[in-house]
Design a binder for this molecule. Structure first.
Ligand SMILES: CC(C)(COP(=O)(O)OP(=O)(O)OC[C@H]1O[C@@H](n2cnc3c(N)ncnc32)[C@H](O)[C@@H]1OP(=O)(O)O)[C@@H](O)C(=O)NCCC(=O)NCCS
Length: 332
């Protein structure tokens, strides 16, 4: 028997039906399919349509389907951590709303906000509850309705983002599987380059903030790009080095899907071939906290128990990080 670790024992994704294509965006802003494809790798993204629907609806759909798939009752769940940049409202925590929607009456639930790195930060947090023997069944769910904060007149930003959700179940393992190591980082000096300026305590909502479009994402793309390429590649290379892993030891790189060029640079630095990189940015764009669990969900059937996975992300804050884990089960 080895150390108590937290293993992923189930995964589920959810994307809304509406497909926003590059062609449709061509009719909204001055852009074209060729520019978007070559500069980002994105072809289409999903959008949650419908009055009164928010990130909790995306997250709850993923969590409910995960419970159904695992044959679990919602009441068996000890904790739900919701990683998001687009909560239903500032408070209460959207995690509580998701817990209520799925009937997770015995779970304590809270939101964790670390922009696009929130899912990784949440997985590490959950793993510590499990490694200490405090809790046994934790769901980490990442979901964002990015379309609620995207300015569809800003061509540099609106082409990138989409809506989606993904959830994983974490449980104790004593056979060497699960989370092995993590490097998580943040640097608040980056706060100027990727943010939503208004709607918080510094600048509450007013007619002026709305007129200035300060409730939309403000992203200085080129600056974020430079930090993202370096940040994601650095931590991924570092985590491999300190665990004596070579490119050939990695079964899959599971990168945050913000820009295909950032992903390619990370894989290249790690010495991991493109055939081992999970990539679905072409279909979903950047779904912020949902990108990594959506990849795990779509690749689930190709994953084998014990596979070495490197999860890597970069986002607003700045926040970034990398998690090395051994996959917890065969699902074929
Ligand atoms: C946003 C992003 C795709 C822009 O790509 P880029 O290659 O940096 O583009 P630039 O900003 O240098 O713009 C290059 C040119 O394309 C133009 N352009 C920008 N968006 C365009 C669009 N949608 N369609 C056509 N042209 C566009 C610019 O106006 C500029 O034109 P100019 O040279 O005549 O001034 C890219 O910077 C990026 O992906 N950034 C990081 C995003 C990220 O990782 N976020 C963190 C996680 S959320």
């Amino acid at each position: 028997m080895t150390k108590l670790r937290a293993a992923i024992t189930g995964v589920q994704g959810y994307v809304p039906d509406y497909v926003l294509t590059n062609q449709e965006l061509e009719g909204m802003v001055d852009t074209n399919d060729e520019w978007i494809t070559t500069r980002t790798g994105i072809k289409e993204r999903r959008i949650l349509k419908g009055e009164g629907l928010g990130s909790s609806d995306l997250g709850a759909a993923a969590v409910q389907a995960l419970l159904d798939k695992k044959g679990l009752s919602a009441e068996e769940i000890d904790c739900i951590i919701f990683a998001t940049a687009t909560p239903d409202m500032i408070f209460p925590a959207t995690a509580c709303i998701i817990a209520d929607k799925v009937g997770a009456k015995n779970a304590f639930a809270y939101d964790l906000m670390a922009a696009c790195s929130g899912f990784l930060f949440s997985v590490l947090t959950a793993s510590k509850y499990i490694e200490t023997g405090t809790y046994q069944k934790i769901i980490v769910v990442g979901a964002d309705k990015m379309s609620s904060i995207v300015d569809y007149t800003d061509r540099q930003t609106c082409i990138i983002f989409g809506d989606g959700a993904g959830a994983v179940l974490l449980e104790p393992d004593t056979n060497g599987l699960g989370v092995q190591d993590a490097i998580l980082k943040s640097n608040g000096e980056g706060r100027h380059y990727l943010k939503m300026t208004a709607g918080g305590s510094v600048k509450p909502a007013s007619s002026e903030t709305i007129a200035n479009k300060e409730h939309f994402i403000h992203q200085e793309g080129q600056t974020v790009f430079k930090f993202a390429v370096k940040g994601m590649a650095d931590v991924s290379a570092e985590i491999m080095e300190r665990n004596q892993l070579k490119g050939e030891d990695i079964a899959w790189l599971v990168p945050h899907q913000a820009n295909k060029r950032i992903i390619d640079a990370t894989a290249n630095r790690m010495g991991v071939g493109t055939e081992k990189v999970m990539l679905n940015i072409q279909r979903y764009g950047n779904t912020t906290n949902a990108t990594i669990p959506l990849c795990l969900w779509e690749w689930e059937k190709q994953l084998n128990k014990g596979d070495n996975l490197i999860l890597a992300a970069f986002g607003g804050g700045f926040t970034w990080g990398s998690i090395y884990l051994k996959w917890g089960y065969d699902s074929k």
